[in-house]
Ligand binder design. Structure first.
Ligand SMILES: [Zn+2]
Ligand SMILES: [Zn+2]
Length: 277
């Protein structure tokens, strides 16, 4: 991997995020949590909502910007969905967006609650995780998420499920950040929520709730970044080995096939589904 100051800063920034995230949670962490299930569901919901809002607001500002630096980072040479505002597709996207966001809120709470009913051994006490513990556990969560996402995504590309379910997400031929979670409810459960929640549930008492919240923040940021339509030089995912990034997923939307993984590239490589261009 070629050395550059931007790569070093970008990768360092990821670990700084782990450290600052952990410190912020530690400062406000309650001494005793009686209602663990309620705390689990509400904190997961808020970690996602806050990250989703901040990251989308950032990309929204980028889409509004006339800056040459920002426009040069655009991946596809196609117009954004709103260029040509009279287009019926864009009007339909806008109409469906808020409905989709609203439905997703209920689904997310439902899946988090269901997961906590199946198994909830996660640590909520003062045995706070180290940055090392957060790092290796997030790697494990990412591997589990990626395997579940890859195979559910392949299933969603079979003719039956594509037509009935996955076509909704692929309405965005050129992606924008908020298209990341624009999906049929079945896809949102199968491809987005279950893969993310499975790692924390499987690791059980080995993992602390702070690690889970830091992971949810990162996973939300990654999917929005991967759908942003931009490849900024500071985006860390392009510098991590075997890791997917915005260009990788942008090709998937552009061609409607290949590059099925969400986090790592090795499954596409092993199973011959990487887009080679
Ligand atoms: Zn797809
Ligand atoms: Zn997508």
């Amino acid at each position: 991997m070629e050395f550059s100051i931007m790569k070093v800063c970008s990768i360092t920034g990821l670990f700084v995020y782990f450290f600052i995230g952990k410190q912020c949670f530690m400062w406000v962490w309650p001494d005793k949590i009686e209602e663990k299930q309620c705390f689990f569901v509400v904190s997961l919901y808020l970690a996602h909502l806050i990250t989703y809002t901040i990251v989308n607001a950032f990309y929204f500002a980028c889409y509004q910007s006339k800056s040459k630096y920002i426009s040069q980072a655009k991946i596809e040479q196609k117009p954004w969905p709103w260029d040509g505002k009279e287009s019926k597709v864009w009007q339909e996207m806008k109409r469906l967006f808020w409905k989709n966001v609203l439905i997703n809120q209920f689904i997310m709470v439902g899946v988090a609650y269901a997961a906590s009913c199946i198994k909830l051994d996660t640590r909520f006490d003062q045995s706070f995780p180290t940055v090392f513990e957060i790092s290796w556990q997030i790697m494990v969560f990412g591997i589990i998420e990626d395997v579940l996402f890859y195979f559910s995504h392949r299933l969603l590309h079979t003719p039956y499920f594509y037509g009935k379910v996955h076509k909704v997400h692929h309405i965005y031929n050129i992606t924008v950040s908020w298209s990341a979670e624009f999906a049929h409810p079945l896809e949102y459960i199968l491809g987005n929520l279950i893969p993310v929640i499975s790692g924390p549930i499987l690791l059980g008492s080995q993992t602390h709730m702070i690690t889970v919240l830091v992971f949810v923040g990162l996973a939300t940021h990654k999917t929005l970044s991967d759908h942003s339509g931009f490849n900024f030089e500071w985006d860390v995912y392009q510098y991590l080995p075997l890791t997917t990034h915005s260009e990788f997923h942008s090709k998937h939307h552009s061609l409607n096939t290949g590059n099925y993984s969400s986090t790592f590239t090795y499954l596409d490589d092993l199973l011959g589904t990487t887009i080679k261009k």
